[in-house]
Design a protein around this ligand. Structure first.
Ligand code: ADP
Ligand code: ZN
Length: 743
């Protein structure tokens, strides 16, 4: 038997080995093995079995070991790896490393603990004899005799201050038994939900939910690939639809993967799944990068063996080696967090769809604000659209009020952090003992300019994205096409002198709230204050328990969380996401507004939302106010079509970085000419231009953008072309296919 393996050791090449008789039984496609390379043992993955080697048989070395009882990758995952390698221009090794958790690759052994248990009962006189002859043995025996179940050896020995030799003697006399037991380490075994009550009893579906469950169920039953996009307004009960789909899969003996965009959202999702399915004997594995090694390995083994058939996790859970995959749920499919920002730069949602296709499974994407990519796929007939138009129990959608901050600034003769409307509403909530959440989106892009009087933001005439402000040479630049002009001293629209970058931090907002509501209990939640793991849980728990009146934070608290007593949500600065130099800025702002608004009024009382902005007439804000996704999508798609942006074309980002800017520029220029010659009409090239952040850690950065109709064609061509150029060591390049951000 000969196998072709991909080493995980910096050799991006298939190597061949023979398989010794003893290892044949466990050798399968996707097995993780150890092989000798240049006299050292390395990990490798079996990609081919029974292949023709490229060297004479006699020269082949032998595989030295197989790591696990189960293959690390299932056949669909092997196929998926090849696709990712080619589509994302990622080295095979990096793809495999992303797919197989480090704990599994390291070959860490399942943690086996030794347990002691009495197997023969001594009569009182026998015990007396033993106590005289060997008092230590008698003591250990007597202790174990009192226990109802086997005891952990290490703990018992420590507790009694005795040694392993004493235990061995008892074993030898046949009085006790020592047994190695595999203890499974279960992540989130405490089932923390931040106080949310999770019951196992499924609610009765409403008509809309029933229709979606039936439509998805039909495809699940047919065992054919299909992608459903579930567009359901916030609070419409999408989760219940996911749960029913998982239920159907489990009943049919299949497996399901359930993806959430953030690690922070896994605990509540896990609790819901366990609450629903554990009593029926179905366990749920948690899968994400913040778990301990042991938890990861055990979870992986449980899935690979088919013992557990449901897995929940962030992005990388899409690679779980489950048996008989029938369903992948992608909750909040629009979230940019699904895109990995290091090699391999894959998009979890797109990989989920592709894996479902390979496995003949159903992919169920859900969101209150679907991505325009997915919406376009619905229009193109690739995805099936299912909708939930009403909140569960016909609860009212929150009322969104827009505050024009230009007027506020004029009234108070200066910038204000909190408008009077917002402050009034906060006072009311405080009196009524209801809760408020204030959002400030993640730090805005401080290098864009916005007039504080009229709200004007300079756009690139060619690219329809905000220009970036470069303080060093007082210029505005477009980092898509390189268009450049001097930074204006006064606002080009209204001639006001006050045009500078702006932005508020969570701290400023906290101070402002303290001034207007000195008696309120405040808590701030952002990446600065959330460095401790349990702090996040604690604050959310306190907030749910009503110990906090006002919660201030970044989007981190905007996602998926359900707090019934929150009746007011304020978005302090909607412009921070809207006027960034990215063609997705409007889409992001619309999503942010709708999602944030969705946090209000989920309990019995209806909710109100206050949005502060300098550009109240902007499409994203107006459509969000009317909760009109279709209207927004149509308008925004028209703009995307006009500029031929995604989803109408694919976008590929090519970064060049290194210590010497002239050298990078030279090579990038040269490269672009090569691409033009080789790919000509297949791509539109913009750049090279300096990156919006020109210098990072003493390295200069330039970028080239490619727009193309088919990335599957263009990416491999680029990679091939790259190999023909002799690149200097100090010019490093990175390709990013379908980037989610232009910043
Ligand atoms: P979404 O994810 O669409 O924002 P959720 O799935 O969080 O909404 O559902 C909102 C709330 O409604 C949850 O507390 C959920 O348990 C509840 N719910 C869902 N479906 C039903 C139903 N058919 N009847 C009663 N309550 C439901
Ligand atoms: Zn431009």
């Amino acid at each position: 038997m000969i196998v072709g393996v991909q080493p995980l050791a910096g050799f991006d090449k298939l190597l061949h080995y023979t398989v010794p008789e003893a290892l044949r039984a466990g050798m399968r496609l996707g097995s993780l093995v150890r092989v000798p390379i240049m006299n050292r043992s390395h990990l490798a993955l079996v990609l081919e079995t029974d292949t023709a080697p490229d060297v004479p048989l006699a020269r082949l070395k032998a595989v030295s070991g197989v790591l696990h009882e189960f293959p690390a990758l299932t056949p669909d995952l092997l196929e998926l790896a090849r696709w990712m390698h080619s589509y994302y221009a990622a080295r095979m090794e990096s793809v495999l490393e992303a797919m197989i958790p480090a704990a599994v690759r390291d070959g860490a052994r399942l943690k086996a603990e030794k347990y002691l248990e009495v197997v023969r009962t001594l009569a009182p006189d026998e015990l007396a004899v033993l106590a005289k002859k060997a008092p230590k043995q008698a003591k250990l025996y007597a202790f174990l005799k009192q226990q109802f179940q086997p005891q952990k050896k290490s703990l018992v020995l420590a507790r009694l201050g005795t040694t392993a030799a004493v235990a061995s003697a008892l074993v030898k006399h046949g009085l006790i038994r020592e047994e190695a037991r595999h203890v499974e380490r279960v992540a989130y075994a405490d089932n923390w939900t931040g106080g949310e009550v999770v019951t196992g009893l499924p609610p009765k579906l409403n008509d809309e939910q029933s229709a979606v469950v039936a439509a998805v169920g039909e495809n699940l039953a047919r065992k054919k690939f299909a992608t459903h996009l579930l567009h359901g307004v916030t609070g419409s009960g999408k989760t219940e639809v996911y749960l029913r789909a998982v239920e159907q899969v489990l009943a049919a003996g299949g497996s399901a993967i359930y993806l959430v965009p953030e690690v922070a959202l896994t605990p509540q999702t896990v609790a819901r799944l366990r609450g629903r399915f554990e009593s029926a004997g179905h366990k749920t594995v948690v899968w994400h990068s913040h778990l301990g090694e042991g938890e990861r390995l055990d979870g992986w083994t449980a899935l690979a063996s088919g013992r557990v058939r449901v897995v929940v996790g962030a992005r990388s859970a899409v690679f779980a080696p489950v048996r008989d995959l029938r369903l992948i749920v992608v909750d909040e499919e629009h979230e940019p967090a699904y895109k990995q920002d290091e090699t391999p730069r894959y998009h979890g949602r797109d990989v989920a769809v592709y894996r479902a296709k390979l496995a003949h499974a159903v992919c169920l994407l859900g969101s209150a604000t679907p991505s325009l990519e997915s919406f376009a796929n619905v229009k193109g007939g690739k995805y099936r659209l299912n909708t939930l138009t009403r909140r569960v129990d016909d609860k009212k959608m929150p009322d969104i009020q827009i505050v024009d901050m230009r007027v506020e600034a004029m009234r108070s003769r200066g910038l204000v952090t909190l408008s009077r409307l917002l402050v009034d509403h906060m006072h009311q909530r405080f009196e009524r003992k209801e809760q408020t959440i204030l959002f400030i989106n993640r730090r805005g892009y401080s290098s864009s300019m916005q007039c504080r009087k009229c709200g004007h933001v300079e756009q690139c005439p060619h690219c329809s994205v905000a220009m970036t402000y470069h303080r060093a040479d007082e210029t505005l630049k477009c980092h898509l096409c390189g268009h450049e002009r001097g930074a204006p001293a006064v606002c080009p629209a209204c001639a006001a002198p006050d045009i500078r970058w702006r932005g508020l931090g969570t701290q400023r907002v906290e101070e402002a709230v303290r001034r207007v509501l000195p008696r309120a209990r405040l808590e701030r939640m952002d990446t600065d204050t959330m460095t401790k793991k349990h702090r996040f849980r604690q604050i959310l728990g306190d907030f749910r328990a009503g110990k906090i009146d006002v919660l201030i934070g970044t989007q981190m608290i905007g996602k998926g969380l359900d707090f019934p007593n929150v009746t007011l949500v304020g978005l302090v600065d909607a412009d921070l996401s809207m006027h960034v130099p990215d063609f997705r800025a409007n889409e992001r702002t619309f999503q942010l507004l709708v999602q944030v608004a969705g946090r209000a009024g989920r309990g019995d009382r209806s909710g109100e939302v206050v949005v502060q902005t300098f550009t109240p007439k902007a499409d994203a804000i107006q459509f969000a106010k009317r909760a009109d996704f279709d209207g927004f999508a149509e308008a925004e798609l028209a703009v995307r079509r006009k500029f031929a942006y995604p989803p109408y074309r694919h976008l590929i980002h090519h970064l060049f970085r290194g210590p010497n800017p002239e050298k990078i520029r030279f090579f990038a220029d040269h490269w672009v000419k090569q691409v033009e010659k080789a790919l000509g009409g297949a791509v539109e090239i913009r750049g090279p231009v300096p990156s919006p952040i020109e210098k990072v850690k003493d390295e200069y950065r330039f970028q080239v953008w490619y727009f193309c109709a088919r990335a599957t064609k263009v990416v491999p061509e680029l990679v091939k072309l790259q190999a023909t150029v002799k690149w200097p060591d100090d010019v490093i390049q990175v390709l990013d296919v379908d980037p989610m951000s232009l910043l």
